[in-house]
Design a binder for this molecule. Structure first.
Ligand SMILES: [Fe+2]
Length: 258
């Protein structure tokens, strides 16, 4: 059976000469890219699910571009709530990624970014477009990628920033026959949720990790990481969470906000 692998990274929150919630985001991001570059022959594509630069400094965009330039395969990037510049100075970024087909899989973005908001929002016309694209190719399998999560984390401080209309969106997506996977970032943790034959994954951050199901804002001490996703010809997949070894700082004990 034919199969291929992709890598999914998210939430680098780059800050120059400072830390993000105790983490040196430049060194953790570089370590993730080092690992990807070392293993690049395994992958066909890299998805980057947003919240790329936290401090909005030119130096951080330069650093990001330098690092992305080292990844010499196709990259698809999407805007997160921290990617607030009207025109993002990121070489690999385009505002609307067209659907991308590889083997019998189609990668389609969902823009969940809402200007001025931390939470996400998805209009129903975007879902209609996705339906149309996938209906036209019944022999192919769909994989959607977006920044904001569609499932709660049961951490109230984080769930206020979920995609506003997540229940309705999930319902609509679950009706699309050949849709298989929906992958998001934003919540800085790996999660897996299932509706019927659709699998919803979230990606760990390349910087600070957030704790699932915690009353107060809590950081996880687990290392930064990314997803390694194998997509098979028959529509099945295999996912692995890869954690990066190294010391990138100490996650703050009583973080205030992010
Ligand atoms: Fe985010």
């Amino acid at each position: 059976m034919k199969k291929f692998r992709i890598a999914i990274i998210s939430d680098s929150h780059l800050i120059k000469n400072s830390t993000f919630l105790g983490i040196d985001t430049y060194s953790s991001f570089k370590a993730v890219v080092d690992n990807l570059v070392k293993n690049i022959n395994k992958y066909e594509l890299v998805l980057f699910l947003g919240d790329m630069v936290q401090d909005q400094k030119n130096e951080s965009f330069d650093f990001l571009n330098e690092q992305l330039c080292r990844i010499k395969i196709k990259k698809l990037l999407i805007r997160g709530n921290h990617d607030i510049k009207k025109i993002l100075p990121i070489k690999d970024f385009v505002e609307y990624n067209p659907p991308f087909s590889f083997e019998n899989w189609i990668f389609i973005p969902i823009e969940s970014y809402k200007k001025g908001a931390i939470y996400g929002e998805i209009s129903s016309d975007k879902i209609d477009k996705i339906k149309k694209i996938l209906n036209k190719k019944p022999q192919s399998f769909g994989i959607l990628y977006l920044h904001h999560n569609l499932f709660e984390t049961f951490s109230p401080w984080l769930d206020v920033h979920i995609t506003r209309n997540f229940i309705q969106i999930r319902k609509e997506l679950s009706k699309i026959t050949n849709l298989k996977l929906i992958i998001s970032g934003h919540i800085h943790q790996y999660t897996k949720n299932i509706i019927g034959d659709k699998v919803f994954l979230s990606t760990p951050s390349t910087s600070a990790q957030f704790k699932y199901s915690s009353e107060e804002f809590t950081l996880d001490t687990i290392n930064p990481g990314y997803l390694d996703l194998q997509l098979n010809e028959d529509g099945t997949h295999k996912v692995q969470v890869l954690r990066i070894l190294g010391n990138f700082g100490k996650p703050e004990k009583n973080p205030k906000t992010y």
